[in-house]
Design a protein around this ligand. Sequence first.
Ligand SMILES: *[C@@H]1O[C@H](CO)[C@@H](O)[C@H](O)[C@H]1NC(C)=O
Ligand SMILES: *[C@@H]1O[C@H](CO)[C@@H](O)[C@H](O)[C@H]1NC(C)=O
Length: 371
Amino acid sequence: MRVSSLVLCALCAVDASRQRPFSGSRLAKPAQPLTPARTSRPEGPAPTSAGVQAVDAPLLARLVGTQMLVGYTIFTGGIGAQVLHAHAHLDSASVWLIGGLGALPLLALGRVIETSPSSALVEINASTNRLALRMFGPRAQPILALSLSAALGALVGVVEETLFRGQLLPSLSAYATTHGLEHDEAKLAAVAASALVFALAHINVLGGLKQIASKETGVTVALQLATGAWFGALSIATGQLGTAIVAHGVYDACTLYGTHLRVTRQVSRATARGLAALRLPALAGWLAARGASWTENASRLFFLLDGDGDGEVSAAEARSGGITFGLCDETIAALEARAANGGLQLGAFFDAVADLSNAGAKARAHACGGE
Ligand SMILES: *[C@@H]1O[C@H](CO)[C@@H](O)[C@H](O)[C@H]1NC(C)=O
Ligand SMILES: *[C@@H]1O[C@H](CO)[C@@H](O)[C@H](O)[C@H]1NC(C)=O
């Protein structure tokens, strides 16, 4: 999860299964990096008659369902609805303006995470990518993705902010006041405590102990703490829950939509460049030795992993892109090791993939989790 997904709380549940958006590039056959998941995953998005992927409906239903459950008092006219009505002021233009501006620092933080080579941040980058890929598929669907991202952002913003900043924060603040804290101290303590609950609520319990104890979870919790405190501070400083709702919603929507655009652009760029690369003299030897299909697949994988398009695959890119596009762990680790002392250029990348293919042929039976 990038900072965002945090916010798209329900993602945690999604991420648990660590489903690969693409299958087929397992160690045993790394030369098939681009078999779309829907061929092997019955749950995947159903292709329409035009061959255009729509949306992963079960995933969407799970995200929406979680939010409806968490925020049911909003939708049944209970306490959540009362808090929203009394404190959100979503009919005020200034609430929208301040909330929109309030999303900017978090979006900037998201950009930092996206470009950072630090290993824990790379995992977060990749899991946001994976979510966008699973949700909307590998081809760009700007209008559908924008509408659904906006709707999901709105839902998550309203539900999570009403719960954490609208209900929990004031209760904690009142509790602290009755236990001797000054007014301002009580508010500060309540912002911190509600952010802590918010962050802990985003831990992916479905992933099991190993996942909970992972570095990625630690970073996710730290990021959630920061975003939760930021939303809390916004709502306290403006005296309106609406600013936190708008900031949260805008942030989630922009992150999901932006990730969809980036990932699908990368897929189409890799397809085009992978094909064009076949005319490179450097690949003539591989074409002769391994055939057009293998060479094209390998060069497409190269451009898929070269996230920043600088002509080489760094260790961070091998990990981020490997997770994003569903390479198996052994393949990712092997590419990372080869790139450890500097990025792999096309030739070195082909050597690495060829070695993996050869090793994979021997280890076919037990490679990659024995699917
Ligand atoms: C290349 O990838 C395609 C799927 O995109 C697969 O059908 C084909 O078998 C692969 N070629 C080789 C040589 O593995
Ligand atoms: C993070 O993901 C983006 C795709 O959204 C990719 O272009 C970028 O290279 C990734 N960052 C790293 C450090 O791998």
